[in-house]
Design a protein around this ligand. Structure first.
Ligand SMILES: Nc1ncnc2c1ncn2[C@@H]1O[C@H](COP(=O)(O)OP(=O)(O)OP(=O)(O)O)[C@@H](O)[C@H]1O
Ligand SMILES: [Mg+2]
Length: 242
């Protein structure tokens, strides 16, 4: 394998993030290889959302570096999207007054993408989530929570990211809809997309991911393969009901 291929697609080194006096991330190292699915689990307040936002280039860390394909991310807004990072944020941040199609199209907004390519990408997203084809003209606020989550994932995919970062995609969704969303994530992963999944539901995260991290109070306390995490005493007692 060449050196370029060995380099992680996304690498966070020594990330420190503070909200005023609150130290939300205390020196976090994390990497996601090309084609890899990696999960971050951890309790409420562990710093998962903060990490998702730093990894997605949305928050600038006080210390540490974020490397994409081995190169640091600059401070320019939208650079993360241009460099192949797609984020699905907690709370989804959709334009709920607009219809589904418009929300999806907004995912291409930064790329100056030709109309025909936008249409092709829309087709791919709608193949992945057929309900969005049926509801393309429906106002997004009237979609169910699960359907809105599909719109949020679809919008991120419209920019053709190399890596998708998801912050608690199962939150508030029924098991059935969660299953549909995770089936789609598994299909994306099969197609070669890298995934960084932030998720409190460890058994669900472990089904999708190759590797994972347990974050607690702003620090990585356990990391390893899913097999290693599944056998770890701390992970077992806190997250797997063992
Ligand atoms: N805007 C903010 N201002 C001040 N403190 C914040 C802010 N956002 C988060 N924090 C604090 O930073 C820490 C990490 O928060 P974060 O939202 O990253 O945790 P989380 O792991 O995503 O939690 P949850 O599981 O509840 O979503 C917490 O102590 C939280 O109170
Ligand atoms: Mg959170």
């Amino acid at each position: 394998m060449s050196q370029a291929q060995e380099r992680p697609l996304l690498e966070a080194r020594g990330i420190v993030y503070r909200y005023g006096a609150i130290n939300a991330l205390k020196g976090v190292d994390l990497h996601v290889g090309r084609g890899e699915a990696v999960c971050v689990i951890g309790p409420n307040g562990a710093g998962k959302t903060t990490l998702a936002r730093v990894a997605g280039g949305l928050y600038r860390p006080a210390k540490g570096t974020l490397l994409v394909n081995g190169r640091p991310l600059s401070r320019r807004p939208h650079e993360a999207v241009a460099r192949g990072i797609g984020s699905v944020l907690e709370g989804r941040h959709l334009f709920v007054e607009q219809n589904v199609r418009t929300n999806l199209e907004l995912g291409c907004y930064h790329g100056n993408v030709p109309k025909q390519v936008v249409e092709e990408r829309l087709e791919r997203v709608m193949d992945l989530f057929p309900v969005l084809r049926k509801r393309a003209d429906q106002q997004t606020s009237t979609m169910s929570g699960g359907e809105q989550q599909m719109v949020a994932v679809g919008r991120a995919l419209m920019a053709e990211p190399e890596i998708l970062i998801l912050d608690e995609p199962s939150m508030g969704l029924s098991p059935k809809i969660t299953g549909e969303v995770f089936d789609a994530l598994a299909a994306l992963r099969e197609s070669g997309l890298s995934i960084l999944l932030i998720e409190q539901n460890a058994p669900l995260a472990f089904e999708l991911a190759d590797r994972g991290y347990l974050l607690r109070q702003g620090e990585v306390v356990v990391e390893g393969s899913i097999e290693e995490l599944t056998n770890d005493e701390v992970v077992r007692s806190a997250y797997l009901g063992a």
